[in-house]
Design a binder for this molecule. Structure first.
Ligand code: PLP
Length: 397
């Protein structure tokens, strides 16, 4: 069942992300144009017949495929080391398509407890009504993953690093576990992006993305993708063709352009994030700083094994609990108060009162969200300006 991807992630990341381009048109354009067309014409009736009979590959209708969408997907497949993929209008459409196309009534999945809020909602309010059950486990506890597997388990669903706790899942361990038990390992790689981490290198079959975050990287558009072996993606594609979560050509065009600069952007996001994490560690009003590549992170060794750099997110515990966290947010003058992440602009979030406010105090504790926890998505502004804004805000705490 668990077909493997035959490809390896491209080693020449920058070249592939820049030079993978849809065929030039008659105009010999240098940069790929946008194909804003809902449908494509057939040269003759025989071609129409062959395309519909799937004897010939080609463009028919933009819900099925479009040159801009295909270029975006092809690049992502090369960067992630996947054979095939589909792009979707949002990250959640990608998460949902991957789950709904491959799981059936009676199936079970094991998921990390520290999972994106809307993914949690899909598991608990949609899939459970269809008789697809799940078990949550502590992402960092390998034994819990193993023990949660039942004879009905079909998939392991993972986010690493987790949001906002920045706990890591041991991808090599889960890759082996999935192969041993014939399960699909599905990794939501949104936080790391293929530049920092390629789950297929550790045996993951499916890679799911919200392209809305670091892949776009400029807070402009929504998008998502599911990538994997041709056989599994065939099922996801059939599901998506029928149910219609297609991404627009415009968004796919933007996202494909964004991939051209992903490597250089991630380098700077990570450098700024590490510098900010070190700076925060020195501050008397901060009691704990979490960042995967910090010496103090309990899984630093694992982070350095499976990630190229530590990522663009830093979390810290501000003195004064809930009030302290909220005062810190109000004291910021440059850094945006927003719930998004993965933007050129730095963004601060207070999870306990916003993104994770619907959880009970106890549920928040289980995923390491303390009342004073603040998450910073570190942007690409000058690092001294980011530090100065944080220091100013901490004076208000
Ligand atoms: C944002 C996010 C999603 C959902 O993506 P949308 O594009 O907002 O639908 C899924 N997973 C993770 C980890 C995310 O951060």
């Amino acid at each position: 069942m668990s077909e493997q991807n035959e490809r390896r992630p491209a080693a020449n990341f920058e070249t592939v992300s820049i030079r993978t381009q849809t065929e030039r048109s008659l105009h010999r354009e240098h940069s790929a144009p946008m194909f804003l067309t809902s449908s494509f014409v057939f040269n003759n009736a025989e071609q129409a017949r062959a395309l519909f009979a799937e004897e010939e590959e080609g463009l028919v209708y933009s819900r099925y495929g479009n040159p801009n969408v295909d270029e975006f997907v092809q690049k992502l497949c090369l960067l992630e080391g996947c054979e095939d993929g589909i792009a979707t209008a949002t990250g959640m459409a990608a998460v949902f398509a991957g789950l709904a196309a491959l799981l059936s009534t009676g199936d079970h999945l094991v998921a990390s407890r520290a999972i994106f809020g809307s993914t949690h909602a899909v598991l608990t309010t949609v899939l459970n009504r269809w008789g697809i059950e799940h078990t949550y486990v502590d992402p960092a506890d390998n034994e819990q993953w193993r023990r949660a597997i039942t004879p009905r388990t079909r998939m392991l669903f993972v986010e690493t690093p987790s949001n906002p706790g920045l706990a890591l899942v041991d991808l090599e361990y889960l890759g082996r576990l999935a192969a041993e038990r014939d399960l699909i390992l599905n990794v939501d790689n949104c936080f790391a992006t293929p530049y920092l981490q390629t789950p297929t290198s550790w045996g993951a079959q499916l890679v799911t993305h919200s392209a809305t975050k670091f892949i776009d990287g400029q807070g402009r558009v929504l998008g998502g993708a599911v990538l994997g072996p041709a056989e599994l993606i065939g099922k996801v594609r059939s599901f998506a063709r029928a149910t219609g979560p297609a991404i627009s050509a415009f968004n796919a065009w933007l996202l494909s352009k964004s991939l051209e600069t992903l490597a250089v952007r991630m380098e700077r996001h990570c450098a700024n994030a590490l510098a900010l994490a070190r700076h925060l560690q020195q501050h008397p009003k901060i009691s704990e700083v979490r960042y995967p590549f910090l010496e103090s992170h309990p899984q630093r060794e694992l982070a350095q094994k499976q990630m190229r750099l530590g990522g663009g997110l830093v979390t810290c515990e501000v003195q004064g609990g809930r009030e302290g966290g909220m005062r810190f947010l109000d004291g910021l003058q440059m850094i945006s108060r927003s719930s998004n992440l993965g933007d050129t602009r730095s963004i601060a979030t207070h999870p306990a009162t916003t993104t994770h406010s619907k959880l009970t105090e106890e549920e928040r504790r289980a995923v390491a969200i303390t009342p004073g926890l603040v998450r910073i998505s570190v942007g690409l502004e000058t690092i001294s300006d980011i530090m100065a804004d944080v220091d100013r805000a901490l004076e208000q705490v």
